[in-house]
Design a protein. Sequence first.
Length: 430
Amino acid sequence: MPRVIRDTQDLGPGKPVLIYGAGERGAQFARDLLRAGIPCRGFLDSFKAGECCGLPVYRYQDAPAQLLEECRVVIASFLHGAIANRLSLDGCPQFSVLADRDEDINPVPLARDTEEALDLLATMPISLGRQGSPAPRGGGARLACNALDQCLWVGMDGVKFCCFMPDLLHYQPASRLVPGLESLRRGLYARIDEGRPTCCGSCMFLTPSTCRPGSYRIRSLSLGHNSRCNFECSYCKTRKNLRTGSDGLALRLVRDILGSGRLRPDLEFSWAGEGEPVVDPDFEGIVGLLLEGGSKGLIYTNASIHSPLVEDGLRDGRLRIVTSLDAGTPPTFRRMHGVDAFDRVVETLRRYRAASGPDGISLKYILTPDNAGEEETARFVRLCGALDVHRVIISSDYTLAANPFAGQTEDFRRKAQAAGLEVSLSPWTA
Ligand code: SF4
Ligand code: SF4
């Protein structure tokens, strides 16, 4: 894993330097290297080739392999996370990230070894908040967590055991990634057993168990790496369109993981995350690989684009989908999602429903001031009937401490149940 350097003094003696990033920051660092008498062989860049500060600039994919072996790479770019992911995955042996003195770079992915990562994780809160966990009971029970034993979360910035954890590791070849997660898991459990601080220590999902598995084998794969989206939902709190796509990294990662022999035969995957899965250029590649491998999956899609792969997966019962429709009429749909796509979405759902069994599709309705009206929810219930969809999820803003639509939620639920729909409320009870 790369380390952070703040100036040329942090480099120490070693191979000549290649600077990744032929922009202003890289050019300044090249001048600093010259002043410090540290040899620099040129620049790498994701887009440019040519010359900068009198030194050659190589497009990364065209750079001579020997040059990369002979040099240590210093990333001098604000896109350092994506570049570090790329270098990790390509097995680049030595690279570091240049940061300003006061620049805060997420430290865990840049830890140099497992112990350093564990030390850093002990100081970082999980996103679930501090919940407090029970002390281990007698009878040989130790604290354990399902996610630590068998889950892998692939996010925009790297991978981790669960969505609550701080980001852990950059993408790497699975030959190093899975053992890296295994040693982190062992280290976390060792610290939990010793009563030392960890990020997991306060988590409600850490519970007494007498059957903590001996090794990490993946049964649940959560994909959340894609941030591309073609909607503008009024309630969206994701980092959508922050990046143009997964750029092949997640596809390579999934391919490597499938070849690692660490997957359980009953692997299930889900794809939610920060954008619309179907617009990820690697959607078909990733889901195709997972389905070919025999796993089952759940896709959270806005259904604005029909996917033949999703339709096939629904047909043979290996895929299920959840779509947040949030409306029963085109004008409300437009207010909720920022696009005029009600008819298109309904048509895609109709095609998916024609292929799937009754439980293949769940429609979600996130209540907001824009769609909580009685007439709108009644139209939604009627639409579910017309589409012959049986499962409905009524939801609200997760970040609020209480449901602001308690009365409407209860009316909506009664109406939907009276129409024969199976209703779940999330996260509220009513
Ligand atoms: S204990 Fe909590 S934070 Fe730690 S891996 Fe499990 S779910 Fe995630
Ligand atoms: S579909 Fe999802 S990611 Fe896209 S805008 Fe809506 S909530 Fe955000």
